[in-house]
Write a protein that binds this ligand. Structure first.
Ligand SMILES: CC(C)=CCC/C(C)=C(\C)COP(=O)(O)OP(=O)(O)O
Length: 388
């Protein structure tokens, strides 16, 4: 069955979505394997705004009800059976390695398997989605255990030291021989480090050396962002809006988005991934995806004991506006980023390689899957418990 026929949410919620989809999809490319991946077809171009789409099922109305409409693609497929398989295997893995011990029911309910199914519609292979899911959950756990959840032992004073050691679980440390056993013990005696190491080892089955090096870079940058947030937390300081936005580019879903080609079974050449024009488009998309998290996680963060950092809170503090107005302004920031990504990605798709075109279409698909997941995951439902 083709991806298109499996989609329950076949179109976008805004005028240009189909046009963007068409530009990003480009002509058929026989030299790049396309495992059933296709962006929405149908009416294209300006004047197709009547083709409005409803997103896939939203399991939890709580958070979703408080977030205004976003300029965001739809999820390109909804395959609950695939999501369930990936989620079950992800939770079994977490249990086996002792990650989120005592909280696995919440991890299961958060349904990160569904996030992977929604965000990576160009593969049907559960094991590829599982590899990506392990990396994502390990990165989330780094945040929960070390940065922002005191009930999981996070403490600002420990953060830098913990992140420094955790990085060796992703990009192995190579100490002189006599220190190697101590490093090895450290890799094994903490569930976050075990998860990072195991997740990236799994992904290495599908990623080549250049893709792995790219991911190491993105994780290192993510950890810089975690450190930045820790610094605000320990100072009790609310960042400026510009500072927060720059932060959300690095403390972002980019490490997940950067796996798009490895998960899809092809490789974007390093020179194209590193091209500043591509980087600009992709980082704008990942910042936007992370602002979606800010909008949907506000209710969860209000319930938390620790200081909350999200764009509406930062805007309300700096611009002295009401929470509702701050949400509206955050949505406008999000929408501008997505629109800019769409325009620039469409232009890059016209001149770049087939792999670049597929990658940018994959990033676009990731945005849609991400929003659909956030709107339905009990992790962000106002009245439900979260993983943290
Ligand atoms: C999966 C991944 C790369 C996560 C890194 C960044 C991250 C933890 C988020 C984007 C989520 O931010 P936040 O700390 O607000 O997370 P929750 O709202 O607690 O899910």
């Amino acid at each position: 069955m083709s991806l298109l026929t499996r989609m329950t949410a076949p179109a976008a919620r805004h005028d240009v979505a189909r046009l963007v989809a068409t530009l990003l999809a480009g002509p058929p490319q026989p030299d790049v394997r396309r495992k059933g991946f296709a962006l929405p077809t149908g009416p294209t171009g300006l004047g197709t705004s009547a083709a409005r789409i409803t997103p896939p099922r939203d399991k939890a109305a709580g958070a979703a009800a408080t977030v205004p409409d976003l300029h965001c693609p739809p999820a390109l497929r909804d395959d609950p059976a695939l999501a369930e398989e990936v989620n079950a295997r992800l939770v079994a893995w977490a249990e086996e390695i002792g990650l989120y011990a005592g909280r696995l029911d919440r991890v299961r309910a958060a349904d990160f398997g569904r996030l992977m199914m929604l965000a990576h519609p160009d593969t049907d292979e559960p094991d590829r989605l599982l590899a990506a899911g392990k990396c994502a959950l390990a990165e989330w756990a780094t945040d929960d255990y070390y940065c922002d959840d005191e009930t999981m032992g996070s403490a600002p004073a420990l953060l830098g030291a913990q992140l420094g050691v955790a990085y060796a679980a992703v990009d192995p440390a190579h100490p002189p021989l006599r220190h190697a056993p101590a490093v090895e013990r450290a890799m094994q005696d903490d569930p976050v480090r075990v998860a990072l190491r195991s997740g990236f080892a799994h992904l290495a089955r599908y990623a080549d050396a250049s893709q792995l090096a790219r991911l190491h870079h993105e994780v290192a940058v993510l950890f810089v962002g975690y450190g930045q947030e820790g610094s605000w937390r320990s100072q009790g300081r609310m960042p400026a809006v510009w500072e927060y936005l720059a932060h959300r580019q690095i403390n972002s879903f980019l490490p997940c988005i950067a796996m798009t080609d490895a998960v899809g079974g092809y490789a974007l050449p390093h020179a194209e991934y590193a091209d500043p024009r591509v980087r600009r488009a992709v980082t704008m998309a990942s910042t936007a995806a992370t602002l979606v998290n800010d909008l949907y996680s506000m209710a969860k963060e209000h319930r938390s004991e620790s200081v909350e950092f999200n764009l509406p809170t930062v805007i309300a503090a700096e611009e002295r506006c009401s929470p509702r107005e701050a949400v509206e302004r955050s949505v406008a920031v999000h929408d501008e980023l997505v629109r800019t990504f769409e325009a620039e990605a469409a232009a890059l798709s016209l001149t770049g390689s087939p792999q670049l075109r597929r990658f940018l279409a994959g990033v676009w698909a990731w945005l849609g899957g991400n929003r659909a997941w956030h709107s339905g995951s009990p992790r962000y439902a106002a009245a439900s418990p979260s993983t943290s």
